[in-house]
Design a binder for this molecule. Structure first.
Ligand SMILES: [Mn+2]
Length: 268
């Protein structure tokens, strides 16, 4: 979600959260962008509404599990911790409705950049922010010309060979770790690349992000897991602007009322 980052798509996120009432909600890390607290922290009202919506779910009985990420690593010192229906942890095991054990983890520990070259990772984060700025410009131009939304940064990520290798390495490492823990699948995030696919016999799920893709994972009552996104839900009906009759439509009635009272306000 990266709440606090100016590029967080809180409008879309709030719309999505308004459509679901889950038994369990997993927040798969990088929910609050703590890195932006030092520089460029942007908090819109909609971010507060997102938090309020999640608190509302908690109140109505949803069990929330907050997995810490690298952007909200300040929470790692407090985890594991449970307060009421909310649990904070670095990793969880979720048992699906059809009995599969899934490891739920943010995934930054499988990103060799965050582990071995933090400075390079922070530089990459700056570069990513630049790409998002460029993305915003490109898309406002596209909107003006009537073209649909297109993600520049997502497109770069899928074309640059090193980026593709990075994603593949990450996914394989996550799958390996999952197998070692005896789980048959994994739910993670971190790399902002939504996916559901088998990797070396492990069911790999990545929920994507609410910056570029606006994507999430949902589990149906039969245990089937689906990737949902901006385009999955039909747009909400917009409030219909009812046409107000012009004041002149009431003129005959008004004139009649005035003449009954013995005064004629004006001639038509
Ligand atoms: Mn991350």
């Amino acid at each position: 979600m990266h709440l606090g980052c100016g590029f967080s798509r809180t409008e879309e996120l709030l719309d999505f959260l308004g459509r679901v009432e889950p038994e369990r909600l997993y927040l798969v890390g990088d929910i609050i962008d703590g890195w932006k607290l030092k520089r460029g922290f942007v908090w819109h009202d909609t971010a507060s509404f997102v938090v309020r919506r999640i608190l509302g779910m908690l109140k109505r009985g949803t069990r929330v599990r907050y997995v810490t990420g690298n952007h909200d690593e300040f929470l790692r010192g407090f985890s594991p911790h449970a307060f009421g229906n909310m649990e904070l942890g670095n990793e969880f095991v979720h048992v699906t409705a059809d009995g599969r054990r899934l490891l739920v983890i943010h995934g930054d520990c499988f990103d060799h950049l965050t582990r071995h070259a933090a400075w390079l990772y922070h530089l990459g984060d700056r570069a990513y922010t630049c790409a998002l700025h460029a993305n915003a410009w490109v898309n406002s131009a596209r909107r003006t010309l009537g073209y649909p939304y297109w993600s520049l940064s997502a497109s770069l990520k899928s074309r640059v060979k090193q980026a593709v290798n990075f994603v593949n390495d990450f996914e394989r490492l996550v799958a390996m770790h999952t197998r070692r823990l005896g789980c048959c699948g994994v739910v993670c995030g971190h790399i902002h690349v939504p996916a559901i696919r088998p990797i070396d016999g492990i069911d790999y799920h990545n929920c994507g992000d609410w910056i570029e893709h606006c994507s999430a994972l949902v589990e149906h009552f039969d245990g089937r897991i689906e990737l949902v996104g901006r385009d999955t839900f039909p747009p909400r009906p917009q409030p219909v602007e009812t046409e107000q009759p012009a004041w002149s439509a009431f003129l005959p009635e008004l004139t009649a009322a005035f003449s009954a009272a013995g005064t004629v306000p004006y001639q038509t």
